[in-house]
Structures are given as structure tokens and as C-alpha cells.
Design a binder for this molecule. Structure first.
Ligand code: SF4
Length: 428
């Protein structure tokens, strides 16, 4: 029997009704992804075509970059640029010319769209094609949208990776493609374990450099490491690649099931699988047991934000003893989070999309021990005596796979312990 088949799946949430609401939303936009993507893709440059607001968002979110040669910038379009779109295209060409003349290290240039109406009217796909013709083969120019009208903050990464899929070359050998930007140390752990099981070649999208030997093989297989990559999932499907669905590698159980789904596909026997995973599994279980002491019996409420909500609810309820009241996600793609839904016990309200006032009412009425939400909601909820966890931290912190499982539980236990201490102090 495989690890995957041993996991109880009956009584899961896959077929449970989903509360769908549309109204005002409180989320960051997809430009935020540039903050972690520019670190992963070392010869890429992200040129945001946007407003001063976009420039401020990037500068404040990644202010440290001003000390280094940055790999992102904002070409600011003013209202007056609306006077002539042809002028705007020329202006964009001029900015890109200057940038590429000065920065020979850039091999991939992403033109990133944003919200302002003057930007929406610009045809960035055509601009990218025109520039690719001009700068090939030394620079590849692609485009995607990070606009807050179209994207939540993790969708920026999805849109970026999806834009790369159509231009990946065809490779001859069967390969495993791991899809999703992870901190280097975490990526090395995942690739290392899979290699120790004899699985190769393994490629990762995004690769650190454009020239990396990355492509889409014949009969290609891919595994997602992030649950928010539905656009990339679809783009790879259009290239004939096959997704290996699995719970996401959060916690001991999720990591084991994720590795098992890949190992099964590559015919890894149980003895090899156990030899590679036994020690890190034991470490993960121990670390989770320690870090989750203060989580047991506590309730949690997820506002829709990072799209990590369903896999995290599965981890926190099954491995940390929490009770989920509501699990909100911006989008629920069952082809991607279905295996996590199978393992999430029935009980919580599953919600997709957001009408933030109605959801705040439900949260206040439920008074959860911990609320996971965006920065804009956290302060008001804290002021009302609710402990909160910022969803964005979950994307910036290494949380995947065995060695990070204890840290992942710790991210949730810290605000609960702090709230407990504050209550004690107030009572004294
Ligand atoms: S893309 Fe839109 S939401 Fe994001 S910073 Fe720019 S204007 Fe604001």
C-alpha cells in the first residue's frame, strides 16, 4: 500500500458546497510577486509599466534593493501620456533600449502590466514580440499582468511563469519539472530527496538563468510546489505536459504524500522511499509536535489571500490539532487543491472569492483564536481583540517540505502565544 493510499480521504471536503461571494476585496496585487521572483531569476529584469503607486509599492516592499543594482523598475505613465499611445510605445522602446544598453547582464526582460487605464490600453504582448525580435538571441522579452484588477498577490508569480511556458524549447528526454518559486535551500532539499530516490532529470521552473537547460520534454510530467499556479498549470497542459496531482508539501503528511505521488510515477519502491524519507519525516514529526503545542484545540479562520489556505488548513487541522471555522480562498481549482480537499475533514465553511464586509461579520461572530488575513485587515481585527497572522508572511518564509514543517507550525503558534500572554497581562 502506498503512503498516498493510506491517507484517509473519505469524508473530505472535495464535494462540499462552496460559498461563493463577490464584492469588495482586500488583497495585494500581483506586482508583489516580483519581490521574490527577482531573487530566483538571477538574469531577469522586471519592468513594471505603471503609476507612481506601483513604484511606491515595489520600493517599500523591497526597499533593501536600493543598495544593490536592482532587477526591477517602474516605467511611470502619467495621465498626459494618454495623449498618444504611439508616443507611449516609443517611450517604452526608449526606456528598454537604455536599460538593455546599460545592463548587459539582463537575459530575460518581463514587461509587467498594471491597473491604470493608460497601461491597460497599451498592447504589451505586441511590445514584447517587437522587442524580442530586436534583441534576440541575447535577451528574451515576455509580458504579463500584475494588475490589482486582475490578480491577487500570488497570481503575479503564476502569470510570470505561465508567460514563460510557450517559449520553453522541446526537450528529448523524459523529465520531471518542478513548478513554483521556492527559496533555494528548500528547492535543494526537494530536488535532493527526489534524486536520492533515483529520479532524474529534474528541472525547476523558474530556473535561475534563462540559459538553463530547461524545456518541455516529450511525455513531460510536472508537479506544482505552490497551489496558486493555475495559469501555469493550464499553459503546461497546452504543451502536452501531465500534472501529478498531490497534496502540497506542507507538514510531514503533505510532504510525504507529495513525494509519494512522484515516486509512484517513477516506479520508486517502498524500501527506497522509506530509506530517503524516514529520517527527515521523524524530524518533521518531532518539530511539529513541539511547535504545535499551543495550537491544539484552537480555532482558525482564513480570509482569501495567498491561495495557500486549503493546504494550510489541511496541515493545521490534521497535524497541529486546530479546528478550521472558515477556509476562504480567492479561487478553488479542484484539479490543483483537490487532493488537499480530500484530506480536509468536513466542518469548515469553504468560501471562494470575497465580499469583505460579510466575511468580517462572520469572522467577528465566530471569534476564532487565530485569523489569517492580509495586512489591511489585520490591524482592525487586532484592535477588536482577535489574533491575526499575515498571509503574505507565508509566501516570504521557507515553509515547504520536512525541514521547515516545525517552522510552519511555529508561524501560527507565535501570534496565539502572544495573544495568550497579552490576555494574562490584562487580567493581572
Ligand atoms: S498594479 Fe494596481 S493595485 Fe498594484 S500597485 Fe499598481 S495601481 Fe496599485
Amino acid at each position: 500500500m502506498t503512503e498516498l493510499s493510506r491517507l484517509p480521504t473519505s469524508g473530505g471536503c472535495r464535494e462540499e458546497p462552496i460559498l461563493k461571494q463577490r464584492g469588495q476585496r482586500e488583497v495585494f496585487c500581483g506586482l508583489t510577486g516580483i519581490i521574490w521572483l527577482h531573487r530566483k531569476m538571477q538574469d531577469a529584469f522586471f519592468l513594471v509599466i505603471g503609476s507612481r503607486t506601483c513604484a511606491h509599492l515595489l520600493q517599500s516592499a523591497a526597499g533593501v534593493m536600493i543598495f544593490a543594482e536592482p532587477r526591477f523598475a517602474t516605467a511611470i505613465l502619467e495621465e498626459t501620456d494618454l495623449a498618444g499611445l504611439a508616443d507611449a510605445q516609443e517611450e517604452l522602446d526608449r526606456v528598454v533600449d537604455q536599460l538593455l544598453a546599460r545592463r548587459r547582464d539582463i537575459k530575460q526582460l518581463f514587461l509587467v502590466g498594471s491597473c491604470p487605464s493608460e497601461v491597460i490600453k497599451l498592447d504589451l504582448a505586441r511590445a514584447a514580440e517587437r522587442m524580442t525580435e530586436r534583441y534576440a538571441p541575447s535577451v528574451r522579452v515576455l509580458n504579463y499582468s500584475g494588475s490589482g484588477i486582475e490578480t491577487t498577490f500570488t497570481q503575479g508569480e503564476d502569470a510570470c511563469l505561465a508567460s514563460m511556458v510557450p517559449v520553453l524549447p522541446v526537450m528529448k528526454d523524459r523529465q520531471l519539472l518542478l513548478v513554483g518559486a521556492l527559496p533555494d535551500v528548500v528547492e535543494e532539499q526537494a530536488v535532493g530527496m527526489l534524486r536520492d530516490m533515483g529520479i532524474r532529470p529534474i528541472k525547476v521552473l523558474p530556473a535561475p538563468r534563462a540559459a538553463a537547460d530547461l524545456g518541455v520534454a516529450e511525455g513531460p510530467l510536472f508537479a506544482l510546489t505552490q497551489p496558486f499556479l493555475s495559469g501555469t498549470h493550464a499553459a503546461l497542459g497546452r504543451r502536452g505536459a501531465r500534472h501529478l496531482p498531490a497534496p502540497f508539501p506542507f507538514g510531514e503528511e503533505g510532504t510525504t504524500a507529495w513525494l509519494r505521488a512522484i515516486a509512484n510515477e517513477f516506479g520508486v519502491d517502498d524500501a527506497t522511499f522509506d530509506r530517503v524519507t524516514a529520517a527527515p519525516r521523524a524530524r518533521a514529526r518531532k518539530a511539529i509536535a513541539q511547535a504545535s503545542e499551543s495550537l491544539r484545540g484552537k480555532s482558525i479562520f482564513f480570509f482569501p489571500d495567498s491561495q495557500l489556505e486549503i493546504p494550510l488548513a489541511r496541515f493545521l487541522t490534521r497535524e497541529c490539532g486546530m479546528t478550521a471555522i472558515e477556509v476562504g480562498a480567492p479561487f478553488i481549482h479542484k484539479g490543483i487543491v483537490g487532493p488537499d480537499l480530500d484530506m480536509l475533514a468536513q466542518g469548515p465553511t469553504l468560501s471562494e472569492g470575497q465580499d469583505v464586509d460579510l466575511q468580517l461579520d462572520r469572522c467577528r461572530a465566530a471569534r476564532p483564536d487565530l485569523t489569517v488575513c492580509g495586512l489591511g485587515l489585520a490591524n482592525p481585527l487586532e484592535a477588536q481583540g482577535l489574533a491575526t497572522k499575515w498571509a503574505i508572511e507565508l509566501v516570504f518564509t521557507p515553509v515547504h517540505f520536512y525541514e521547515q514543517a516545525g517552522d510552519l507550525a511555529g508561524l501560527f503558534s507565535r501570534p496565539i502565544r502572544r495573544a495568550d500572554l497579552l490576555r494574562l497581562e490584562a487580567a493581572e
